[in-house]
Ligand binder design. Structure first.
Ligand SMILES: Cc1cc2nc3c(=O)[nH]c(=O)nc-3n(C[C@H](O)[C@H](O)[C@H](O)COP(=O)(O)O)c2cc1C
Length: 192
């Protein structure tokens, strides 16, 4: 049987064109090369959550929930908005959680991180997010990856520019990859 790498859905909690969190997400995907395959999942086209739409899910929501269903694990990289989860990400979380009985998050391993220029590097958004995702049944890797954005965080090649930060983040990526691999053995991988 050919080896299938775990499939990771990557969600960025920003709809900004030049998002620093999207840049960080792409750099993290590079750190996971050879350990998992990762795809960015679009969330900025999802309609505002409305329970009235649950009976006949919009096409964007069907596509989005399909991408989550096929993923063996989820990487969430988010900024902090007003000391909490950005609205675009919270909307995506709510669609993932619904309709009742169709929770896309349950039992999925996840790594939550994010960056902001502020000194606490999106810590409060991440803490709120961890609380929400744990409530929805996700299995989060432990530790705290609050990244203060500096101009050299991501270099011109899209890699983590600073050696210390790269080593720090590689440790999280490796632990995340190991958890996903342990929870989704080769034969059971969603993409297989
Ligand atoms: C509505 C709004 C609220 C913000 N609130 C915070 C905040 O609470 N803490 C923080 O560190 N930065 C905050 N910022 C600054 C963001 O960290 C900054 O815009 C960052 O670039 C966002 O990440 P992105 O480039 O991935 O969108 C806020 C920005 C906006 C637009």
């Amino acid at each position: 049987m050919p080896v299938t790498l775990p499939q990771i859905a990557v969600i960025v909690g920003s709809n900004r064109r030049e998002s620093i969190n999207r840049k960080l997400a792409r750099a993290l995907i590079k750190l996971g090369a050879g350990k998992f395959d990762a795809q960015l999942v679009r969330i900025d086209d999802l309609p505002m959550f409305n329970q009235d739409l649950e009976g006949n899910l919009p096409a964007e929501v069907v596509r989005y929930k399909g991408e989550l269903a096929r993923a063996d694990g989820v990487l969430i990289v988010t900024p902090e908005h007003d000391r909490s989860i950005p609205a675009v990400l919270k909307n995506a979380i709510d669609w993932g959680a619904r309709p009742y009985g169709k929770n896309s998050w349950a039992d999925k391993p996840a790594f939550v991180t994010g960056t902001s220029p502020g000194a606490i590097g999106s810590a409060l958004a991440q803490q709120h997010l961890r609380s929400v995702m744990t409530g929805l049944g996700m299995i989060l890797i432990g530790g705290e990856a609050y990244i203060t954005f500096k101009s050299n965080l991501i270099d011109d090649q899209g890699n983590v520019g600073d050696d210390g930060t790269r080593t720090f983040l590689q440790g999280f990526v490796d632990r995340f990859a190991a958890l996903v691999a342990a929870l989704t053995p080769q034969a059971e991988r969603a993409a297989a």
